[in-house]
Design a protein around this ligand. Structure first.
Ligand code: SF4
Ligand code: MG
Length: 330
């Protein structure tokens, strides 16, 4: 399939300021040379510890952040440096849902009003048709049609996420960046929201970039998975491949943390990650994972391992090549 979105050598840096004149004294390299492709209809899972830059990729793609360099192509159109006005026609096609939908919902407006706004702002429907559209949206996300006259605070966390999703799909987007949409929810509710996202994907032919800090949610919904560490993608591949034979030591550590091991299995040869995540302002030389990698050798400290262009690629000088023994997920 043709790529829907291409990210080429994306860098998104944030200035670090200090002193009374807040001079720029350095940069947080939140995203540091990331390339990836998202094909129509797929779900690319993006996983990594908090602070590794995955949200910044998502926010850069929908241009809530301005990339420092590199290119973002949506349907072959370069959107990297478009202004707000230039972006408006693309906006509807490219949506984002957040971990905390409440923060993006005006608490003083009724849900029906919140869901009407996109139709009005982007002239997506005739005024007389809007109530029916809003009713249909509520139905699509599994809320009662009549619930539109309530305010956001009258809904539970899971229901609010449904409202956030309803708002995103009201634009009839092609790509939705899901930035940790279930991380703040109870486990039982997480499954419901993931199922809803799956159903909507099939019904509305949506494409997702699904961001999470743990492999748990990503494993259900993704067709491919990209693993991030300190601003870079360290491994990317089909979900089955990645689970069957994780090549990068960091991926293996993330996968070993899933499912949560029982106490007996805990001592049975699992690799444990050591140390803290280094600062994205001063990332380690060579392989950025070398300060924590159980397999580190001299070369790793000086030479940066490239991420190959293969369908299943890992940025490691000494990729692992033995089956993980983990159940292969469908
Ligand atoms: Fe570990 Fe070296 Fe591979 Fe980096 S390149 S992940 S330090 S083995
Ligand atoms: Mg985040």
């Amino acid at each position: 399939d043709a790529p829907l979105l291409q990210v080429e050598h994306l860098k998104t840096y944030y200035p670090v300021k200090s002193g009374i004149f807040s001079r720029t004294t350095g940069f947080i390299r939140a995203v540091d040379d990331v390339s990836l492709t998202i094909r129509k209809g797929e779900t690319l899972g993006l996983v990594g510890e908090s602070g590794c830059g995955k949200s910044t990729i998502g926010r850069s793609i929908v241009r809530l952040e301005n990339p420092t360099s590199g290119r973002i192509l949506f349907r072959d159109e370069d959107i990297t440096t478009k202004t707000r006005r230039q972006l408006k026609p693309v906006r509807t096609r490219l949506q984002i849902i957040f971990q905390d939908p409440y923060s993006s919902l005006n608490p003083r407006k009724r849900v029906s009003e919140l869901l009407s706004e996109p139709f009005i702002a982007h002239k997506l429907a005739d005024k007389k048709d809007i109530p029916a559209r809003v009713g249909r949206l509520l139905e699509l996300v599994g809320l009662p049609r009549g619930s539109g006259n309530r305010f956001p605070h009258e809904f539970s966390g899971g229901q609010r996420q449904r409202i956030g999703i309803a708002r995103a799909i009201s634009f009839e987007p092609e790509l939705i960046v899901c930035d940790e949409p279930v991380s703040a929810l109870d486990v039982s509710i997480q499954a419901q929201i993931l199922n809803l996202l799956g159903d909507l994907q099939r019904e509305l032919k949506l494409t997702y970039l699904f961001i999470a800090h743990g492999i748990g949610a990503v494993k259900y919904i993704s067709t491919r998975i990209a693993v991030m560490y300190l601003g870079k993608i360290v491994e990317i591949g089909n979900k089955e491949e990645l689970f069957r034979n994780p090549k990068h030591p960091y991926t293996r550590i993330l996968l070993n943390a899933y499912p949560p091991p029982d106490p007996e299995a805990r001592s049975a040869g699992r690799i444990l990650i050591r140390g803290d995540v280094p600062s994205p302002e001063h990332p380690p030389s060579g392989c950025r994972f070398h300060t924590r990698c159980p397999y580190v050798r001299d070369l790793c400290r000086t030479a940066e391992p490239p991420l190959g262009a293969e369908a299943h690629a890992a940025a490691c000088h000494f990729p692992l090549d033995e089956p993980s023994g983990l159940p292969v997920l469908k």
